[in-house]
Design a protein around this ligand. Structure first.
Ligand code: GDP
Length: 463
């Protein structure tokens, strides 16, 4: 029988309220030894689920803090077990005292994520939802939290189950056809087979594609601002940050080091960790600036988004073209800044055309104008795929899920290739079985203990 666990569920530090959670078969008995209701006639042991009592808790026989107790009866609780949640005054002292009292009364400390793990073991949630709990806790920004919410309430599980069920139906038919030829099972029409496999593969493609945009919304993305000195990088950084973060001067080479600034790009709601790098000049006599250039290059190589800035008011130089070429194949946006200084439309078109082959988009802009920020936001959202993401979409919320989805998609691709290449239905069936296994990994059905351990390793105590 599992023990009765307890842990502080709220973050450490000063705050109005701290919540301590107790879950397990002895939750009510242990709470009754620690918590004293204000109305002496009320009894913790008799408390019904979804009710609350006010009173105080005791430690070593002494009355301690005022306490609100919330009761949940199995199986109608987060963990599926009997649960008592005790709220005391915030800060750590009162909650620590309460934990001590509960441990003395027979509870054991909860391991990280143990409440959620019990919910999983008791069938309250699946592995996909357990991971969504973690994603919801660690989400950066409201949109990231909304995405985690869609996974949390089972919508993601539903999307995956729909693919799994469609594949199961095909697999069952194939198995009957291959195993019992004498039973006269009608063969699947090749076109119908290819169509079903193709449709399900498309659904997996969409899940994979959206998961990348979802990760951007949940965790943000490292973004490098790069370009020759004086093209307007620092001006753009200040625009993104909403205040003067970098020193802007008309002297080339002002930005001497890599400046980092976390901003939330509005209205797209994407968190960018912006690194404003020193200009890309290779030659400089200044040792500090040379170090800045080196660090800038390193950041450039690692960034998930590159904003390469060019001066629309001056001729494109060899250095500009070298930068453009190094952006090919990256998630990179060319910002053709100082649009206000361009001589003619033809000149702007010429510069745009010269940069277009290397970038997902070339955005002419004047960083000094109010329209610059929304234009930049829209271009970044389109580039990172968040613009196409439905805010209520249920997207994959962990690397483990993505890896399983990729494996399922690839196996399904092979099944489709086998069907199209006329390799025979047993070859299709083998690939299909691989895809089904990968999908089972994705949902976590029959997941081995090691997989579950790995999921809960990153959880915090109290969740
Ligand atoms: P950095 O060296 O790339 O960081 O460039 P800065 O941001 O320091 O900008 C260099 C100069 O260009 C400053 O005087 C800015 O005010 C000016 N500047 C930046 N953006 C624009 C723009 O869109 N139009 C005009 N006319 N000047 C700009």
């Amino acid at each position: 029988m599992p023990g009765t666990i307890c842990a502080i569920a709220t973050p450490p530090g000063v705050g109005g309220v701290a919540v301590v959670r107790v879950s397990g078969p002895e939750a009510f008995a242990i709470a009754a030894r620690v918590f004293v209701p204000l109305h002496r006639k009320k009894s913790v042991l008799d408390a019904r689920g979804y009710t609350a009592l006010f009173g105080h808790y005791r430690l070593d026989g002494r009355p301690m803090d005022e306490t609100v107790a919330l009761f949940f009866r199995a199986p109608h609780s987060y963990t599926g077990e009997d649960v008592v949640e005790l709220s005391v005054h915030g800060g750590t002292a009162m909650a620590d005292g309460l934990i001590e009292a509960l441990l003395t009364a027979g509870a054991v400390p909860a391991a990280p994520g143990e409440f959620t793990r019990r919910a999983l073991e008791n069938g309250r949630i699946g592995l996909v939802e357990a991971e969504a709990v973690m994603a919801a806790i660690s989400a950066e920004g409201r949109q990231g939290a909304a995405l985690a919410g869609a996974a949390l309430d089972g919508r993601l599980g539903g999307r995956i189950a729909a693919i799994r069920d469609a594949l199961q139906a095909v697999a069952a038919h194939l198995a009957a056809w291959v195993d019992y030829p004498e039973e006269d099972v009608p063969a699947l029409a090749p076109d119908a087979l290819k169509q079903t496999l193709g449709q399900q593969k498309k659904k997996l493609d969409a899940l994979i594609e959206e998961s990348r945009a979802g990760a951007v919304l949940r965790h943000g993305v490292d973004c490098v601002l790069t370009g020759r000195p004086n093209v307007g990088k620092s001006t753009l950084l200040n625009l993104l940050a909403g205040f003067d973060r970098a020193i802007v001067t008309p002297v080339a080479g002002t930005t001497r080091d890599v400046l980092e600034q976390a901003v939330v790009l509005q209205p797209a709601g994407i968190r960018l960790n912006v690194f404003d790098t020193a200009g890309l000049r290779a030659e400089t006599d200044d040792a500090i600036e040379a170090e800045g250039v080196r660090r800038g290059r390193e950041k450039f190589a690692q960034a998930g988004l590159v904003l390469a800035v060019f001066d629309a008011g001056a001729p494109l130089e060899a250095e500009d073209l070298a930068l453009a070429q190094s952006c090919a194949g990256r998630a990179a946006l060319a910002v053709l800044n100082k649009r206000d200084l361009v001589g003619s439309a033809a000149e702007l078109a010429e510069k745009t055309n010269a940069l277009t082959p290397y970038f997902a988009k070339v955005l002419p802009l004047c960083a000094l104008e109010d329209t610059a920020l929304p234009a930049l936001s829209a271009a970044v959202a389109a580039l990172l795929g968040t613009a196409r993401l439905d805010p209520g979409a249920a997207v994959l919320c962990s690397r483990r899920q993505l890896a399983a989805a990729l494996a399922a998609r690839d196996a399904l691709g092979e099944a489709l290739a086998a069907a199209e290449g006329g390799f025979g239905l047993d070859a299709v069936a083998v690939c299909l079985a691989d895809a089904q296994r990968a999908l089972a990994d994705l949902t976590g059905e029959d997941a081995p203990a090691a997989t579950i351990d790995a999921v809960f390793r990153d959880f915090c105590v109290g969740k």
